[in-house]
Design a protein around this ligand. Sequence first.
Ligand code: ZN
Length: 134
Amino acid sequence: MPNRCGACRQFGHNRTRCPHDAATARSLREEFNGAQREDAQRRYRELQGRQAILDERARAIQSSNAEFRMSMYSQVVDMQRRLEALTGNGPSVPPPRTGPTVREVKIQEILFDRCQEIPEGLYKELMDALVIRG
Ligand SMILES: [Zn+2]
C-alpha cells in the first residue's frame, strides 16, 4: 500500500514534495478524514447489523434449547413416575376405572345365581345400583 502525503493525505508524494499549499492541503486532509470517518461509521453499522443477526440467532437457539430441555424434562418425569409405579416405590398410580371391580362382579354373580330367591323388582334395583358410577 503506497504511503499517503502527511499534509494532504493524497497518494504519489510525501509531505516534503507536497504540491499543495497549506490551505488546500488542509481542506484535502479534512475531506480525506471525513471520508475515513464515514467509512468507519458505515463499517460500524454493518457490524452492528451483523451482530444483531447473530444475537437473534443465539436467542433462537437458546429458546429452542429451553423448549427441548422442557420437553426432555417432562418425559423424564413421566418415565420416573411409571418406573416408581412399576417398582412400588413412590406414590402408586391407581389404574383408571373402566370396568366393574372384583367385588361388584362377585355380588352380581351372587345376585344372578340366586335371582329366583329375590323378588324381581329388588333384583333389578340391586343390579342397577351395582353399575352406578360415582
Ligand atoms: Zn500532499
